[in-house]
Design a protein around this ligand. Structure first.
Ligand code: G
Ligand code: MN
Length: 278
């Protein structure tokens, strides 16, 4: 399937930028993109308290297009903005559906730096009635731009009670200075460090000290890419706040995720009875 998938975007690309843009616009208009959801397990409570929304493109003729491929293509057009707004809107609706079932599950949506810094994006957030339970995940590349502007944008987002999480932490351009100057609420330790933390002393030290550092700065920490029980246990010892990874659950479409949540050893967080009716 990998080969087919590649063709979808590559063929369009050889047709030129205009054709590629048309191709992606049609996919957006026809609601061909889908959101899958991957649980975040809160280690203190043992409950699933959030899910990350991850876009997938089941292409009608070419099979599943990997996100790297179409996200990059969307970023090269101005379609990445409407795409991201669609993702936030859809994830918020999903959160409401879960709440109607009594589940208190927050959502995280990936937002590319170019979208974050677009004034239309802030205008969209302003136009939403409620953004409760939303966290934006941004890669460290966001620190490459104008830091004063970034600090202002993040401050206004955090003022709306929206979380701001640094994705794939440790692989890019964060510095202590930049972290301190920006109102970040969470970091996600990149799975490349988590994957080998039991075998590699260096990776273990990196994970351990990153957790300490983040906690001392008042940030929550998510360990990404947890693929076995031993890694879960070690991260719990290190007081990591949440974890995500195949050991808990792969990213799933909504119906499959609901089935998982209904029978999981890690139950979904529940709404208090008073909230449930609201
Ligand atoms: O960069 P970001 O953390 O948003 O990337 C999420 C991607 O990582 C998803 O596409 C998902 O399929 C993948 N992923 C999630 N959990 C795991 C895991 O435990 N192991 C590996 N190898 N990949 C994972
Ligand atoms: Mn992410």
């Amino acid at each position: 399937a990998g080969v087919h998938v590649f063709d979808a975007v590559r063929d369009a690309a050889t047709e030129g930028r205009y054709a590629l843009t048309q191709h992606l616009r049609e996919a957006l208009d026809r609601h061909e993109f889908k959101l899958y959801y991957q649980p975040k397990l809160d280690l203190a409570s043992g409950c699933i308290t959030a899910c990350e929304a991850l876009a997938r493109w089941p292409h009608p003729r070419r099979g599943m297009v990997p996100p790297d491929m179409f996200i990059t293509a969307l970023e090269q057009t101005n379609l990445i903005l409407p795409f991201t707004l669609w993702a936030i809107h859809t994830a918020l609706q999903q959160r409401q559906t879960w709440r109607a079932r009594g589940w208190n599950i927050d959502i995280a949506v990936n937002v590319p730096p170019v979208v974050l810094m677009n004034p239309e994006f802030l205008a969209f957030l302003d136009s939403r009635e409620s953004l409760d339970g939303v966290t934006l995940e941004i890669t460290e590349n966001v620190f490459l731009g104008d830091l004063d502007r970034l600090a202002a944008v993040v401050a206004s987002i955090r003022a709306r009670n929206v979380g701001f999480s640094i994705d794939d932490f440790g692989t890019g351009y964060s510095s202590l200075q930049r972290l301190r100057q920006t109102a970040v609420s969470e970091i996600k330790i990149d799975r490349s460090f988590v994957k080998d933390m039991l075998a590699s002393k260096d990776d273990a030290v990196i994970v351990h000290s990153t957790i300490e550092l983040a906690h001392n700065l008042g940030l929550r920490v998510v360990g990404e890419g947890v693929e076995n029980a031993e890694t879960l246990a070690r991260l719990a010892e290190l007081r990591c706040d949440s974890i995500q990874g195949y050991h808990i659950c792969r990213p799933l479409p909504p119906a499959a995720l609901e089935e998982f949540l209904g029978r999981s050893a890690w139950p979904p967080a529940r709404l208090a009875p008073a909230q449930a009716s609201a």
